[in-house]
Design a protein around this ligand. Structure first.
Ligand code: PEP
Ligand code: MG
Length: 556
């Protein structure tokens, strides 16, 4: 039976496919004792699960080939280790269930490995993965982590963390649906980076049965369960029509009367560059460098590795602008070697620039790597700091940039209300501002961006947020400096028109949104953008602001 669920659409397009759930961490199986006569049956279950997991790992290795095959085969061997299996059997013989026996035997083996020196300790994560797979199979729950699937699917999850999504195969993920997360959560950002439709804050997402066919409309936020063939065809036709209209849009961002608003891409690394170029990005407005640091959260990547990654992005935009944000660790992007583990409120703790000022060597390495990467390239390099709170922060960052001998413009992100309110003072120290509306909304409304239930307050149409944007943009205008938006607000075509009217000088977004924003901007004059902005600011809620802007622009 067709049924529609409603969430918040955060990445345009329509995806139709089967649901695969992101497996959650394996629960610890209960310790209840089983009767002795059940032991042979439980031993057989354990044996069968181990063999199935090993066979699956080998099959996936054959498909993957190369280095991945060697790792997966080693894991299959671990699963079948005779000593481990003997321990599982012993534990079952004295009253453990199959799942508990596996869980405890692996725990004992894990402790042994962990204490056995660096090489073996490095394999603990692989061992945990094998254990999770066997226990999940025995419990009949989805495998933990990214789904095992050779067929394209729509990924359903409670929420997605950057570390989870690093393992996703973008050729298999048709779209995302999450129960938690707001319009500015990492699930939303990642979906836009991959250019796949996504809906977040969808109540009941985790209860939708595995394998259900769904149609996800990332523009409206609707998720249809079991759509009829007719409905699927209709949605596909609408999506194709929208796509064709967008494909016809090209060229730099401008209003219909020629006011230029450069349209830039948000990227996480060199892998995002092809999509940015394909969508006509005029440069990069936000290079989130923390993705380079996620591979190994125990230490910073070496200077040379950083130089290589930065250079690849800089080379892609020979005459363009590339705005690199220095590492933004902490809160929703923790790094083991930098982020304190015991903060009561990580979002209000030592994060972003605060972390870098406490670890000047990490900042200095990054700035040196950027200086080297830009050497000899005609690119306009700009470097900005996340989470600047006041003039002193901006001054400290600018000093670090100068010390590293960086030939670039230095800027500050405006993500904290204090920075928006005192933008004039901050502009005494730096050459540009970039509004991070995701965090700016989070801190203005005291609404955690990861909590789906607070999506209303994270809505970038909230007039209070528009007021802060206007105030920062005005300070930049007076100072003769630029003030862009690189938060997710820029990817909403109607809001992009309003932001332009508020005086924002460039818009940076996930590449897939660029054609939508370009098309919207080209429909209106700057004066219309300004009138829409005024109407939105005069409203008292996000919905009213959106409706008011729409009304002005449709000339009603
Ligand atoms: C923001 O906060 O708006 C922003 C662009 O940074 P991030 O989403 O990476 O925190
Ligand atoms: Mg931010």
């Amino acid at each position: 039976m067709e049924k529609t669920l409603h969430g918040v659409g955060v990445s345009h397009g329509v995806a139709i496919g089967q649901v695969r759930h992101m497996g959650t961490a394996v629960l610890e199986p209960p310790t209840t004792q089983i009767p002795t006569e059940d032991a042979p049956r439980e031993q057989a279950r354990a044996q069968a699960a181990v063999e199935a997991v090993a066979a699956d790992l080998i099959a996936r290795g054959n498909l993957a080939g190369g280095e991945a095959q060697a790792v997966l085969e080693a894991q299959a061997l671990m699963a079948q280790d005779p000593e481990l299996m003997a321990d599982v059997s012993r534990r079952i013989a004295v009253g453990s269930s199959a799942e508990r026996g596996v869980y405890d035997a692996f725990a004992a083996y894990r402790a042994l490995l962990a204490s056995a020196g660096e090489y073996l300790a490095g394999r603990v994560a692989d061992l945990d993965d094998v254990r999770n797979r066997i226990v999940a199979r025995l419990l009949g729950v989805p495998m933990p982590g990214v789904p095992d699937s050779d067929e394209p699917y729509v990924l359903f999850a409670r929420d997605l963390a950057p570390a989870d999504t690093a393992l996703l195969d973008p050729t298999l993920v048709l779209g995302f649906v999450t129960e938690e997360g707001g319009p500015t959560s990492h699930s939303a950002i990642l979906a836009r980076a991959l250019g796949v439709p996504a809906v977040v804050a969808l109540p009941g997402a985790t209860d939708v049965a595995e394998g259900t066919v769904v149609a996800v409309d990332g523009s409206t936020g609707d998720v249809l369960l079991d759509p009829s063939q007719g409905k699927q065809d209709e949605l596909r036709a609408i999506a194709a029509e929208r796509k064709a209209a967008l494909a016809a849009s090209s060229g730099p961002g401008r209003t219909s009367d020629g006011h230029r608003v450069p349209l830039l891409a948000n990227v996480g690394g060199p892998a995002d560059v092809p999509a940015a170029l394909a969508n006509g990005a005029e440069g990069v407005g936000l290079f989130r460098t923390e993705f380079l640091f996620l591979d190994d959260s125990a230490q910073a990547p070496g200077e040379e590795k950083q130089v290589e990654a930065y250079r690849k992005v800089l080379e892609a935009f020979p005459e363009g602008r590339v705005v690199v944000r220095v590492l933004d660790a902490g809160a929703d992007k923790p790094l083991d070697f930098l982020t304190p583990a015991d903060e009561p409120n990580p979002a209000l703790g030592v994060r972003g620039l605060r972390t870098l000022l406490e670890h000047p060597e990490v900042l200095a390495t990054q700035l040196r790597a950027l200086a080297k990467a830009a050497e000899g390239l005609p690119v306009h390099l700009e470097v900005m700091a996340p989470m600047v709170a006041d003039r002193k922060d901006a001054a400290d960052f600018a000093a670090a940039c100068r010390e590293a001998g960086l030939d670039a413009k230095f800027g500050a992100m405006v993500e904290i209300p204090s920075a928006a309110l005192r933008a004039r003072a901050i502009l005494q120290e730096v050459e540009f501002l970039s509004l991070g509306t995701n965090d700016l909304a989070q801190y203005t409304f005291a609404a955690d961006r990861q909590v789906g239930a607070l999506a209303r307050l994270q809505d970038p149409w909230q007039p209070a947020l528009l007021d802060l944007v206007a105030s920062a943009a005005e300070a930049a205008r007076v100072a003769g400096k630029s003030c862009g938006v690189c938060g997710e607000a820029a990817s909403d075509p109607l809001l992009a028109v309003v932001l332009t009217g508020l005086g924002v000088t460039s818009l940076s977004m996930g590449s897939a949104s660029i054609p939508y924003v370009r098309t919207a901007l080209a429909k209106y004059t700057l004066a219309q953008c300004r009138r829409a902005a005024e109407a939105a600011r005069a409203a008292d809620s996000a919905e009213e602001a959106r409706a008011a802007a729409q009304q002005v622009l449709s000339g009603e």
